[in-house]
Design a protein around this ligand. Structure first.
Ligand code: EPZ
Length: 417
C-alpha cells in the first residue's frame, strides 16, 4: 500500500497547470451513452473515478480509449442496461448513468449506490425527478429496475434542493424526451454548464445552464462530437491552499478564475495577493496567514463544500479563529482527526467546526478517510515542521491526478513510496 511522505515548510514557487475537472468529466462520460456515436473528450483527468466510469462504459458495450488526456468513447455497440453491484460500488456517483441508460434504451437497472465517507448520499431527488419524466421505478430489494412504459416526456421539475447530480441526471435524461423540460432550483455549478455545452455540441437543445432555471427542448437523436473538459476548480483551490500554507508564490495556468469566485475572496481575506491574468492566477502568500472569519459552504456560487477541507488545513496555522459551517454534507469533518494529530486546535460540533489558529503544525503519521480530507492532510503536511506520512491514497487518487508530481514541480518535498 503506497503512502505519501512529505517534508514540510518548503515554500512553493514556480508555475503549473490545473488538471481537467473530475466533476465535469464524470457526468459527461455518462452522457456519451446518448449519441450512439463517437465522443472525443480533451483535458480528461486520469483519475480512479474516471477509470470507474470507463469500466462501466466498457461493461455496457462501449469502445473506450484513453491516452494523453484525450478519452475517446464510442457508444454505438451499447448492449446492456444493467450495471452490476461491483461496478456501482466502485464509484459513488455512478447513479449518473441512470438517466443516460433510460434515455438511450428505455430501461435500466442498478443497485442503490452505497453511501460514502461524507454522508449517506441519498438519491431521492434523482428518482423523483426522473419519475416526473415518465420513468417507472421498482425497488426490488435494493436493486431498482426502471423503465419508461410510455416513453420519456418533458416536465416541469422543481428540485427541492439544487442537487448537482440530480440536475445532471435530469438534463441527460430530458435531452431525448418528447417535448420541453424546465428544471427550477437547478444547480448552477460550472460543471452543469460544461455538461450543457457537451450535450448541445451533440445536437441537444439546453438553455439556461448556470442559472437557476434550465430549459431543455427534447430532440430526436444526438450525434458524435469533440469537447474539452473545463479545468478543475477544486484542484486549483487545493494547490492555492498548499501554496498559502507554505508562504509561497506560484502561478497557476489553464484555469477559469471566475469558477473560483467563492474561494479567491477567502484567500484575499487571509492576506494572500491574488492577481487574475486571463486563464492564469499569480498567487502570493504572506509568511503567516490571517484566519478567515467564517466559511459557510453553499451551493454555487457560494463557497464550495469540496474546498472546505483544504482551506481548513490552511487556516489551521493562521493567526486568529475561523468558524466553519458545513451546510451541504452531514459528515465532512473526517480530516479533523489528522489535523489534530499535527497540532491543530479545532473543535467540531455537528456541522460546525471552530479552528483556533496555532503558531505551527508538526508532521505526523496520518490517514485519509475521504477524497478532500486527503487533500487537507497534504496541505497541512506542506505547512508543517518535519515529516508527515499520509496513508489512504485510494481516496486521493479518486480526484487528484499525480498531485505529488505537481507539488514537487513547485518545490515541495513530497514522494509517493
Ligand atoms: C456533487 O456531488 C459532486 N460530485 C461533489 O463532489 C460535490 O461535493 C457536490 O456535488 C456538491 O457540490 C460529483 O460531481 C461527482 P448533491 P452530488 O446532489 O451530486 C443531498 C468531490 O469531493 N441530496 O449536490 O452527490 C446530498 O446528500 C465530491 O469531488 C439528497 O438529499 O451532490 C447532499 O447532502 C464530493 N438527495 C446534498 O444534497 C438527492 O437525491 C448535495 O448533494 C441528492 C442529494
Amino acid at each position: 500500500m503506497s503512502r505519501l511522505v512529505i517534508d514540510g515548510l518548503k515554500r512553493l514557487k514556480g508555475e503549473t497547470e490545473v488538471q481537467g475537472s473530475k466533476n465535469s468529466a464524470l457526468p459527461i462520460l455518462a452522457a456519451t451513452l446518448l449519441n450512439g456515436d463517437e465522443s472525443i473528450l480533451h483535458n480528461c483527468p486520469d483519475l480512479s473515478d474516471v477509470s470507474g466510469s470507463v469500466n462501466i462504459l466498457r461493461y455496457l458495450g462501449c469502445d473506450v480509449a484513453f491516452s494523453g488526456g484525450t478519452l475517446v468513447c464510442n457508444s454505438k455497440n451499447l448492449n446492456k442496461n444493467h450495471i452490476p453491484n461491483s461496478l456501482m460500488r466502485e464509484m459513488r456517483s455512478s447513479i449518473i448513468f441512470l438517466g443516460a441508460l433510460l434515455a438511450r434504451t428505455g430501461s435500466a437497472s442498478m443497485c442503490f449506490p452505497g453511501g460514502c465517507e461524507i454522508g449517506p448520499r441519498p438519491i431521492d431527488l434523482h428518482l423523483k425527478a426522473l419519475s416526473e419524466l415518465g420513468v417507472v421505478i421498482n425497488d426490488d430489494h435494493g436493486v431498482f429496475k426502471c423503465h419508461v412504459p410510455d416513453g420519456l416526456h418533458g416536465a416541469k421539475i422543481a428540485l427541492s434542493f439544487p442537487s448537482v447530480g440530480a440536475t445532471e441526471n435530469v438534463m441527460i435524461c430530458a435531452v431525448l424526451a418528447e417535448g420541453t423540460t424546465v428544471i427550477t432550483n437547478a444547480a448552477r455549478e460550472p460543471e452543469i454548464c460544461d455538461l450543457a455545452d457537451y450535450l448541445n455540441s451533440c445536437g441537444a437543445n439546453v438553455s439556461g445552464a448556470g442559472e437557476g432555471t434550465i430549459v431543455i427542448e427534447g430532440v430526436q437523436s444526438l450525434k458524435g462530437t469533440s469537447h474539452t473538459i473545463i479545468p478543475d476548480r477544486i484542484a486549483a483551490a487545493t494547490l492555492l491552499a498548499g501554496c498559502a500554507a507554505t508562504g509561497g508564490r506560484i502561478k497557476l495556468n489553464k484555469l477559469i478564475p471566475s469558477h473560483l469566485g467563492g474561494v479567491l475572496s477567502v484567500f484575499e481575506e487571509s492576506g494572500c495577493d491574488v492577481s487574475v491574468r486571463g486563464s492564469s492566477i499569480v498567487f502570493d502568500s504572506p509568511h503567516r496567514l490571517t484566519a478567515p472569519k467564517i466559511i459557510r459552504t453553499m451551493p454555487y456560487p457560494g463557497f464550495p463544500t469540496d474546498a472546505q477541507a483544504p482551506i481548513m488545513a490552511m487556516a489551521a496555522k493562521s493567526k486568529g479563529t475561523t468558524l466553519f459551517v458545513e451546510n451541504i454534507f452531514e459528515n465532512r469533518y473526517l480530516h479533523v482527526g489528522g489535523l489534530l494529530r499535527m497540532g491543530a486546535n479545532i473543535k467540531v460540533e455537528g456541522r460546525v467546526a471552530v479552528s483556533q489558529g496555532v503558531e505551527c503544525l508538526h508532521g505526523a503519521e496520518v490517514e485519509a478517510m475521504d477524497l478532500r480530507g486527503a487533500a487537507a492532510l497534504i496541505v497541512a503536511g506542506l505547512g508543517a515542521e518535519g515529516r508527515t506520512t499520509l496513508d489512504g491514497l485510494k481516496y486521493l487518487d479518486r480526484g487528484y491526478e499525480k498531485i505529488e508530481v505537481t507539488l514537487s514541480s513547485l518545490g515541495a518535498d513530497v514522494k509517493r513510496v
